[in-house]
Unconditional design. Structure first.
Length: 224
């Protein structure tokens, strides 16, 4: 198995700004350098609370990707987007890791959320999208060391979190705490399906289709 030779942290910079009253932007800039056994020329981002919450793990970047901005804003872009975003805004001050996977080796820096975001409270915020951009990527010429080739590397990465006020609580309340019952099912409770605020509003604004069938719909509150 390949081993990480060194991973000194050169620079960690946190920037917080507001682009509008409704949209808040938090940026984390990180410059890392080290050496890795093997001949490598690509970086896989590693941003996670733990492995099952890692985002951008599908992405691999090389020097050709310098300056490009990669964006995720839903589970269609990244299957862990929603899970990561909910963990980020649940009000618990947990350790978030920022780093990379190069070759077979993972290297990252772990800090509590309050440290990453300069004590900024993200509780009940809504993450509309997350972007990642590499301003520099350098891989040195491989050299022979300890019966293996080694490659030195260095990169600077900018991760941007776009935050908005949390979705209207009433929409979340309706989608999570109510169940739909169709009288035609003879009182059988249908499986709950959670919907987003966008889906709720989109559905609410649709023109109803004409139907010859008449049925009754009741909302029942489920007390937990």
């Amino acid at each position: 198995m390949k081993l990480l030779n060194a991973l000194p942290i050169i620079l960690i910079c946190i920037l917080i700004s507001k682009s509008s009253s409704a949209d808040e932007v938090i940026k984390i800039k990180s410059t890392l350098a080290g050496g890795i056994s093997g001949i490598e020329n690509s970086i896989q981002p590693n941003i996670e609370f733990e492995s099952s919450y890692a985002i951008f793990k599908h992405l691999k970047v090389t020097k050709a990707d310098i300056g490009k901005e990669f964006t995720i804003s839903s589970n269609q872009d990244d299957p862990n987007f929603k899970k990561f975003s909910e963990r980020l805004t649940d009000g618990d001050d947990e350790v978030m890791k920022v780093g990379h996977v190069i070759g077979y080796v993972k290297g990252n820096l772990g800090n509590y959320e309050t440290t990453w975001f300069d004590k900024k409270d993200l509780y009940q915020k809504y993450v509309s999208k997350i972007t990642i951009q590499y301003s520099s990527i350098e891989f040195g010429e491989p050299y022979f060391k300890e019966n293996d080739y080694w490659t030195d590397f260095q990169y600077e990465v900018l991760i941007t979190f776009h935050l908005e006020k949390k979705q209207p609580w009433l929409v979340d309340f309706i989608s999570e705490d109510f169940q739909l019952e169709d009288a035609q099912t003879k009182g059988k409770i249908q499986k709950k399906k959670r919907i987003t605020a966008e889906e709720f509003l989109k559905k609410d604004n649709k023109t109803p289709k004409k139907s010859k069938r008449k049925f009754k719909i009741e909302l029942k509150y489920i007390k937990e």
